[in-house]
Ligand binder design. Structure first.
Ligand code: F6R
Length: 247
């Protein structure tokens, strides 16, 4: 596991963008696993800049998003479909046919989840998976206690995640309680993981992820078992780490 500590948020997301761009240049038809949330916004901004200014092309890239809220249609401003369009897909030359985001309005969740897993396999597996991390150590919506071998499925969001997400909704009652999420087993099959975390609020989760024992109670700790996992943090996110890591 490689831990890279960057000065601030911008440097952290630029480093992640360099890694994603380098993969796309080497393998233009690569398969990316993508995350939503505040953390990867800078990564998407930088990739859009590279598309506009440096000729980075996404036309052959396939993407699979980690998760989506159950009950929100793709047009809902807080849905992850909407987030991805507004913050990334609408600004690059990606082929809409190659974009996969779990569907929050699906009627048969189990069949949908199985289909999603099969599509990942058919695409050849995920080459690089971008991950954020929750303050409670969740990855995607695999909350504490999730099976470390889990596959794409429906999950109940934890109280903490519901509270963390409340800032995006007008009323607390509107915050979705369920999500469809890739499982931890699904994520671990990606050939490369790039986990991003910035700010004091993530410092404890990062300490446990990098230096703690592997436990389902902090799902992100499983990345210690991945051969090609890179954790990129800013100084604040790294502030509780007890050892020195690469800059
Ligand atoms: C979203 C996702 C979540 C977020 C996590 C951190 O697709 O997978 O696990 O990465 O909740 O969210 P932010 O970046 O908003 O702190």
């Amino acid at each position: 596991m490689l831990v890279i500590v960057k000065e601030d948020y911008d440097e952290m997301t630029r480093e992640a963008a360099r890694r994603v761009a380098s993969l796309i240049r080497k393998k233009p038809d690569c398969v990316l696993g993508l995350a939503t949330g505040s953390t990867p916004l800078g990564l998407y901004k930088e990739l859009i800049r590279m598309y506009k200014e440096e000729g980075l092309r996404f036309s052959k890239v396939t993407t699979f998003n980690l998760d989506e809220y159950v009950g929100l249609p793709p047009t809902h401003p807080q849905s992850y479909h909407y987030f991805m369009r507004v913050n990334f897909f609408d600004h690059i030359d990606i082929n809409p046919r190659y974009i996969y985001v779990p569907h929050g309005m699906t009627e048969d969740v189990a069949a949908f989840c199985q289909w999603y897993e099969e599509e990942i396999q058919k695409a050849g597996g995920i080459d690089l998976q971008v991950l954020g991390i929750g303050a409670n150590g969740h990855i995607a919506f695999n909350e504490p206690g999730s099976s470390l071998g889990s596959r794409t499925r429906i999950k109940t969001l934890s109280e903490q995640t519901i509270k963390d997400n409340a800032r995006f909704f007008e009323r607390f009652e509107d915050v979705p309680r369920y999500a469809i999420t890739m499982g931890i087993g699904t994520i671990m099959e990606a050939r490369q993981l790039v986990l991003l975390a910035g700010g004091r609020g993530k410092a404890q989760a990062i300490k446990e992820t990098v230096e703690g024992p592997i436990t389902a109670m902090v799902p992100a700790t499983i990345v210690q078992m991945h051969q090609w996992a890179t954790i990129i943090v800013d100084k604040e996110g790294a502030s509780l780490l007890s050892r020195t890591y690469d800059g």
